[in-house]
Design a binder for this molecule. Structure first.
Ligand code: KIV
Ligand code: ZN
Length: 498
């Protein structure tokens, strides 16, 4: 069997379905170009019929990217397929990804249909997509809970209709690794024309088994894996690209090869985390802050004697370059530019100057500037063009007194000022803000995270504010956590759709 494993990245489609992580078209192009550099084979760029934004992003990504196949998702519905074909018109290599639910639960409750009718729908959709593109992938949604015998009939029918790739999603993340592997094996052994198509895995992580299931699928014959950077995705996320790629690299016995340039993994992970405002858990395999940090005395002793005692891979292989992580106020523009580029961010001179100014201001407050600070600075312009800006903030707080905040907001050039008391400095500041922005809005979620260590650290604040039954997500970062909190609240308000 061929040992080449195709990497299908769905960060921009399944990954982007995470609430609060939506990217604009410019950001999506930036991600797509980074994925191209990383060496992915397929980029799932969006679900064009779902919104004009998604449609437009697929068009722009198709124009911007050369080597990877650009894929667009559809339901097994003609108007979806027409729309995807239109969005893909500029792609050099294009694929339509169409499909329908095949589990009894989907057939009975979602479609109120029958197994036979679902096979007809699937075949019709594949044939319809084939009119537009040669490369058609079919997904059997909820294949994880679909009876294997019936699934084999679906797979055989769609391959005969022209599907080049057949995706077997464990949509609910329910399968056990041996079960999922057995499903792929069953298809490999029972579908007549299986050699005419590639079988793909698409595993969700609801029970923490996405990577194990994907690997089990590969061991049993799947040759495409659908993955996301940092494992992001709806609910508990998808299989993470970095885990599958590094498993195959660290285990040559598997005899699996990918086209991934592993040294681009870490910069890509940082870029996604920063653009999507989604922190990576410190103990995340491969890309977490602690993934290569040996803190116990016994480990440090071993690593100093010989790294192989406790390290199964070289951090440099995934692009972690620990020599130059720290910048200080004495670092010049060139060092900053180099660090940005290691982190996957290429900037023009003007933008570099802008970031450098902010960098110097931060370096005045903080001795050492780390990667997260730099990413924050590079993304810190996200809200500068928005309607409301925090002009100033002053807070008096302490033990056994009520906190008092006064602030000024610049709205369309005009300054509005207010003061309020509260249970704490953030409460007081937000009350003052609400006296100016008189909307019926409720704070639903509020997290503060220090980036690394030290009392001079930058605090990152994520907030979720409900307004008109919609949840808006906002972000703020500052060495002063009250300012960061107000900035995050303002970021939410600036996103309100009235
Ligand atoms: O999880 C899933 O089943 C999917 C399909 C739409 C491919 O994302
Ligand atoms: Zn999915």
């Amino acid at each position: 069997m061929d040992n080449r494993l195709y990497i299908f990245d769905t960060t921009l489609r399944d990954g982007e379905q995470v609430p609060g992580c939506q990217l604009n078209t410019v950001e999506k192009i930036q991600v797509a170009k980074q994925l191209e550099m990383l060496g992915v084979d397929v980029i799932e760029a969006g679900f064009p019929i779902s919104s004009p934004g998604d449609f437009n992003s697929v068009i722009e990504i198709s124009k911007a990217v050369t080597w990877p196949t650009i894929c667009a998702l559809t339901r097994a519905v003609e108007k979806d397929i027409d729309c995807a074909a239109e969005a893909l018109k500029y792609a050099k290599h294009k694929r339509i990804h169409t499909g329908v639910g095949t589990s009894d639960s989907h057939i009975q409750y979602k479609f109120r249909s029958t197994r036979e009718k679902i096979i007809e729908t699937a075949v019709r959709a594949v044939k319809y997509a084939k009119q537009y593109v040669e490369d058609v992938e079919f997904y059997a949604e909820d294949a994880g809970r679909t009876d294997n015998e019936y699934l084999a009939r679906v797979v055989e029918a769609v391959i005969k209709a022209g599907a080049t790739v057949v995706n077997i999603p464990d949509t609910t993340g329910y399968c056990l690794p041996h079960e999922y592997g057995a499903k792929i094996k069953y298809l490999m052994e029972h579908v007549d024309c299986i050699d005419k198509a590639i079988i793909s895995t698409h595993c969700h992580n609801d029970l923490g088994m996405a990577t194990a299931n994907t690997l089990s699928g590969v061991i049993n014959g799947a040759r495409q894996v659908e993955v996301t950077i940092n494992g992001i995705g709806e609910r508990a996320g998808n299989t993470s690209l970095e885990e599958i790629v590094m498993i195959t690299k660290c285990h040559p016995m598997l005899n699996i090869e990918t086209n991934i340039n592993t040294q681009k993994i870490y910069p890509t992970s940082r870029m996604i985390s920063s653009l999507m405002n989604m922190p990576v858990q410190p103990n995340k395999a491969i890309v977490g802050r602690n993934a290569f940090a040996h803190s116990s005395g016994i480990h440090q002793d071993g690593v100093l004697k010989d790294v192989s005692t406790y390290e199964i891979m070289n951090p440099k292989d995934v692009g972690i370059d620990d020599n130059s992580i720290v910048l200080t106020a004495r670092s010049g523009r060139a060092a900053l530019k180099h660090r940005l580029s290691v982190l996957g961010i290429e900037v023009e001179v003007e933008k570099l100057n802008e970031i450098y100014e902010q960098f110097l201001r931060l370096a005045d407050k903080k001795k050492e500037i780390n990667d997260d600070d730099i990413l924050m600075l590079a993304g810190a312009d996200r809200s500068t063009n928005k309607g409301i800006k925090l002009e100033y903030l002053q807070v008096t707080t302490g033990l056994n007194i009520r906190s008092v905040a006064s602030l000024g907001l610049r709205i369309s050039g005009e300054l509005f000022e207010s003061a309020a008391t509260g249970n704490g400095p953030v409460d007081a500041a937000i009350k003052a803000l609400k006296q100016i922005i008189k909307r019926d809005m409720t704070l639903r979620e509020f997290t503060i995270q220090a980036i690394s260590k030290g009392s001079d650290d930058v605090g990152k604040v994520h907030m979720q504010v409900e307004y008109n039954d919609v949840n808006y997500y906002g972000f703020g970062a500052n060495t002063d956590i009250v300012s960061a909190s107000v900035e995050a609240y303002i970021d939410c308000i600036n996103k309100f759709r009235d």
